[in-house]
Design a protein around this ligand. Structure first.
Ligand SMILES: Nc1ncnc2c1ncn2[C@@H]1O[C@H](COP(=O)(O)OP(=O)(O)OP(=O)(O)O)[C@@H](O)[C@H]1O
Length: 264
């Protein structure tokens, strides 16, 4: 299996502080990783390196076999799908849902043109259908609820047929029904052998979709644990990561839960 992401001793230093501190991490083709960690741990910073938008201050980062600093990132970026809050703010609120997904095929955030290929429109419709957005095609992006917006962004990220899909807190801000709907849809994607390699940032083990295979836990910029979920998502590791005693459990449907121990 080839490397989708290979970080060796990567640090990101800002104002003398290491936001990501000597991280070595390897993601192989077909793996689905979740990044877990408390607020401010460095999860988004790590994702920004993985998306080629942030270069390490130290160490080396290779994405899809190309080393940052030695590759034209404009050739690399179309191979990476990103769904995150930062992107949502850049997308025009007045574009329709269909337009919002279609523009991704042309590497744009705006500039709706009339001459998109039929094949692209069919693909955009198919991705939106998979994400349960069929009835919202003509709705303005700016009028969507949080959950609808998140599903649109994932469809958009799939549009370039990426080899690597990055999801930054896809379930944040969703109600219970919205979260469960999204987790099921992401689970279906994760189990699709033709789907890209995936990395998802989250704060909650309940949001880990079935079919995800690996976890990286980070705290204060340092990796605490990295490897298969079965081995690494333990009560001990999670307690260490979030800084309080936690009990983690996995149910028969391949879903995870975590609870704090009661105060004495
Ligand atoms: N440009 C910057 N300059 C200085 N500090 C920064 C910069 N960008 C991020 N930070 C700090 O780096 C730390 C890690 O930020 P990051 O967004 O990666 O954390 P996170 O794990 O994604 O957090 P959250 O769960 O709250 O989203 C935070 O303390 C943040 O304030």
């Amino acid at each position: 299996m080839s490397d989708v992401l290979e970080l060796v001793d990567v640090s990101v230093v800002r104002e003398g502080r290491a936001l990501v501190d000597q991280v070595s991490w390897s993601v192989k083709e077909g793996e689905r990783w979740v990044i877990l960690g408390p607020n401010g741990a460095g999860k988004t910073t790590l994702l920004n390196v993985a998306s080629s938008y942030l270069f390490p201050s130290k160490g080396s980062a290779s994405i899809l076999g190309e080393q940052l600093g030695r590759v034209d990132v404009f050739d690399l970026r179309p191979r990476i799908g990103i769904a995150g809050i930062a992107l949502a703010d850049k997308l025009p609120r007045s574009q329709t849902v269909l337009q919002t997904v279609l523009t991704a095929a042309y590497g744009m955030t705006a500039s709706w043109r009339e001459d998109y290929d039929d094949i692209d429109e069919q693909r955009a419709r198919a991705f939106l259908d998979r994400l349960g957005m069929n009835e919202y095609l003509d709705r303005k992006f700016g009028t969507l609820s949080e959950g609808e917006r998140k599903r649109t962004l994932i469809a958009r990220a799939m549009m370039t047929d990426p080899e690597l899909l990055l999801l930054d807190e896809p379930a944040a801000g969703l109600d219970l029904g919205g979260r469960e709907d999204l987790v099921r849809r992401l689970g279906r994607l994760a189990r699709d052998p033709y789907a890209p390699s995936m990395i998802m940032v989250t704060h909650h083990v309940e949001e880990i979709p079935p079919g995800f295979t690996h976890v990286l836990m980070i705290r204060q910029g340092k990796v605490l644990a990295a490897g298969p979920l079965d081995l690494e998502l333990t009560s001990s590791n999670l307690s260490h990561c979030f800084g309080l005693p936690l009990i983690v459990d996995r149910n028969g449907n391949d879903r995870w839960t975590a609870q704090g121990l009661p105060l004495k």
